[in-house]
Design a protein around this ligand. Structure first.
Ligand code: GLU
Length: 502
């Protein structure tokens, strides 16, 4: 890539960043890093009505947790700053006026009531009202009114908007890296509002002006912005600026059925749609991947595959490998289905990659019962059970018996394991176990198995009640590992407890 790559993630702080937004940020990040470029964060907060307190901090925290921090943005390397549109407010008016001077835009004074009445009139005729070349001369604007009338309205302080003057009878040829060539007939486009008399630009104007001023080379954003591409390209032409290249990412689809993934799907199927837990200003709490026990690596690996694939069978990619492999050419046009099971599968994988010590620390922080237990012991337990865990949260259920004796014995298992001869066998076992000096896994195995085979007892008759004694259920890792871990005294105690209930 010959030009200097500068991409931006440009969320509006209207609430917590949705997992789809994280995917957009990730693809921008990967593209930037792949081409030694810069990943910019710009906060698009021109719509003050939809501004949500705390949303900006949430966005920054989420990117940091995902390990995809921005290079430039609010409070960081502010070369092209400020990076918040509300702080750039003074910049936009001159650009809107420039478009009026070049006859690419015009003032419009129509009131909300007039426009509403027009809309209804069209609807009554089964038509859609589009404000553009075919009716703009019948409306109240600087194209239909005389220069004096316009000036009088402006002097009078009448409310106005500045609209883009969309051309008639033209075919626009647009390019998208993912979608190829797109043809648009300008006759279907409306004269979009660029600026309002309250001094605020709309998304379209601010977005184009900022992408230009911030020297953005590639715009990578969600498919929902594809309909804006025609206007954006026309704005670049009208300003006489070189346009960035565009790539519109496919939608993220619901796990089942049709349509875009929504927060409601998450609520219904019980999975988070946000990277971090979020408490709304009115106190509603939404689950986050982080708090639910997902590893950032797993979330990122999973998100990378929503709409992209490397063209090979490989599924496991750490962040560096993703940067290496990422190519916008391998992003598909069709939507990627969100699979809650797949993200768990990734989490299970990344869990196995973590060291036992790291996991032990997380496990210890998670359970008060483990506070005073030696971390190296917890790490040994983790090594024995992590294969069967997806989350650190699963550890306790899989391993509590390494720390505390079972309080009861699973009923169904007891029926299966406790037979007439069990009491006698367990009593013999206590003496065998008590006599073992060298309390190691191998010795335990040799002694106990030797006793079973030597006396023709049958493995199940001993191993089942023994497992119940140690675990409380017919589950868990190898019994000899458990005995070794909890030690001789505790092993004997647990077998004696079984004897006492028989
Ligand atoms: N502010 C827009 C959003 O919320 C940005 C769209 C774009 O990237 O152009 O997604």
């Amino acid at each position: 890539m010959s030009k200097n790559v500068r991409v931006r993630f440009a969320p509006s702080p209207t609430g917590p960043l949705h997992i789809g937004g994280v995917r957009t940020a990730l693809f921008n990040y990967l593209f930037a890093k792949k081409h030694n470029g810069t990943f910019v964060l710009r906060i698009e907060d021109t719509d003050q009505n939809r501004y949500v307190e705390g949303a900006e901090k949430y966005i920054v925290d989420a990117l940091n947790w995902c390990n995809i921090p921005f290079d430039e943005g609010p409070g960081k390397n502010e070369k092209f700053g400020p990076y918040k549109q509300s702080e750039r407010k003074h910049l936009y008016k001159q650009y809107a006026e420039q478009l009026i001077v070049s006859d690419n835009a015009y003032y419009a004074f129509d009131t909300a009531e007039t426009l509403d009445a027009k809309r209804k009139e069209y609807e009554a005729n089964k038509q859609t009202f589009i404000y553009n070349w075919h009716n703009r001369l019948e409306l109240s604007n600087s194209l239909s009114l005389s220069a004096e009338e316009v000036q009088a309205k402006l002097d009078n302080g009448d409310d106005y908007v500045i609209r883009f003057k969309s051309p008639q009878d033209q075919t626009l040829r647009l390019k998208d890296i993912i979608r190829g060539d797109i043809k648009i007939d300008t006759n279907v486009l409306d004269d979009k509002v660029l600026f309002k008399s309250d001094g605020m630009p709309t998304y379209h104007l601010a977005n184009i002006v900022d992408d230009h001023l911030m020297e953005i080379s590639h715009v990578i954003r969600g498919e929902e912005w594809l309909p804006s591409l025609a206007l954006h390209m026309q704005l670049y032409t009208a300003f006489g600026w070189e346009a960035p290249e565009f790539a519109h990412l496919p939608l993220i689809l619901k796990p089942t059925g049709k349509g875009k993934l929504s927060k409601r799907d998450g609520d219904k199927l019980g999975f988070p749609v946000f990277p971090l837990e979020y408490t709304s200003p009115d106190g509603d709490v939404s689950k986050g991947y982080k708090e639910e026990g997902y590893f950032a690596d797993a979330v990122i690996n999973f998100l990378a595959f929503l709409g992209w694939n490397p063209g090979t069978e490989q599924e496991i990619f750490n962040l560096d490998e993703l940067i290496e492999a990422f190519d916008l050419k391998n992003v598909s046009k069709s939507g990627g289905k969100f699979s809650p099971d797949k993200i768990k599968w990734f989490n299970h994988h990344y869990m196995q990659e973590q060291s036992d010590d790291e996991l032990a620390e997380a496990f210890q922080a998670n359970r008060s019962e483990l506070k005073s237990i030696d971390t190296s012991y917890i790490a040994m337990v983790v090594a024995l059970v992590k294969e069967r865990a997806t989350f650190v949260n699963d550890f306790w259920d899989l391993s509590s018996f390494f720390f505390v004796a079972p309080e009861s014995f699973d009923e169904k298992a007891s029926k299966k394991a406790f037979k007439d001869e069990t009491k006698d066998l367990m009593t013999q076992l206590v003496s065998i176990v008590s006599a073992i000096e060298d309390f190691e896994v191998e010795t335990l195995q040799t002694e106990i198995k030797g006793w079973i085979t030597g006396n023709d007892i049958g493995f199940g008759k001993v191993m089942m009640p023994l497992r119940l004694a140690l675990v409380g259920a017919l589950q868990g890792p190898d019994v000899f590992d458990i005995m070794y871990m909890i030690g001789k005294a505790e092993t004997v105690k647990r077998i004696e407890k079984v004897i006492s209930v028989l």
